[in-house]
Design a protein around this ligand. Sequence first.
Ligand code: PLP
Length: 425
Amino acid sequence: MDASSTPTARADSYSFVPLGTPPTVVGGEGNHLILADGRRILDGAGGAIVNNIGYGRPEIAAAASSVLTGAAYVLPTWATDARLSLIERLTDRWLPSGLTRGILVAGGSESVDSAMRIARQHHIAKGNQDKWKILGRQISYHGATLASLAVANHDRRREPFGQLLLDMAKIDVFEADAAIKTIEAEDPSTVAAIIGEPVIGASGAAISPADDYWTKLRQYCSENDILLIVDEVMTGVGRTGVKFGIEHWGVAPDILVGSKGLGGGYAPIGGVFATEAVVAPMTDRVMYFTFSGSDVTCAIADTVLQILEDEKLVDRCSEMGAMLMSKLKSRLGNHPHVVDIRGKGLLIGIELTKDRDTGASFNGMLTNAVVEEAMTHDTWIYPAGCSAVPDALLYGPSFTVTEAELEQLVDVTAASLDSALNRMV
Ligand SMILES: Cc1ncc(COP(=O)(O)O)c(C=O)c1O
């Protein structure tokens, strides 16, 4: 074999910017990824909080192949059985009530971009030309396109692109009164929508707001003709132990965006779902992406939802989440470098610090070191955080995770945290 075709050399050249050799994955089985060197990695984060039914499900391959042998590509504005079945299953059985309209896209950023355009189109159609601002939140991530970066506040990811991003105000993530104060300062008659993650994922490592946050914001939005968009790209499709995260607060959004778990990691798919009241005034089509709602992704997503239903995996997510939370708290709750362990269902975060008393931070370096150490123990944990939450780990395993696998996650975290700290001081 010539040297340039060894697994390591091939993986080196896959990296667009040379940042070290990425793992080369050759297979997946249950809750493990299999690497080229034969190691089996316990996936403690479903990749990027995506996989929820485990790897290697034969039903998914069958659903995909049945579609691919027919009309492989159909214009996104045309109906197909796969598209209709998925939208019907979502609106009948999954989405919060009131969300009866949906369009499909190919990922989370696309769903956020589309929701922003829909909010603007809605207000223009009602004659509210002045309503154009879309306010995000102070700790948030909504995607990698310039529009989704602009409404989010993940400063590490936004940093190089400052001048390219529309300057949208950011509201408080903990207290509704503080959030409303910012909207008032922006002038609510210019605000088209606010967007927020029910439980903050990548940037905050599973932060929830005060109990009355979403209800108060809901009421304020209704009184001021502002659309409430919930970003359930990470929290949706059972991840927090209920079908969609906003259900924990009993609040009905105007628009909901979802992705990640909708395709269970088997298909790039996302969706934007809205109430009749959002859609009713609109007369123009919503712009589509060429690969919006491709049939194969719809058939796969429909099968993922079917598996979640048949195997009662949302309930299992809630149970296994409670188990992981309790194991993490009993092992690491008093650790001198752990600030908080929090989350809902199988979306659980650990916030880390350099010094609990002074609040000094390792600025993300501890996170990276722990994640690296964990990989040497064949375990993947997701690195989370932004400058407001400088060091944090995020757990989001498949809902099929076993108790023994949760034990491994906790053991590896504890060992990796200690060896990372030893390396850093
Ligand atoms: C809450 C949230 N919204 C949007 C996105 C963007 O999704 P994608 O990476 O599929 O474009 C992410 C990705 O992590 C996310 O966590």
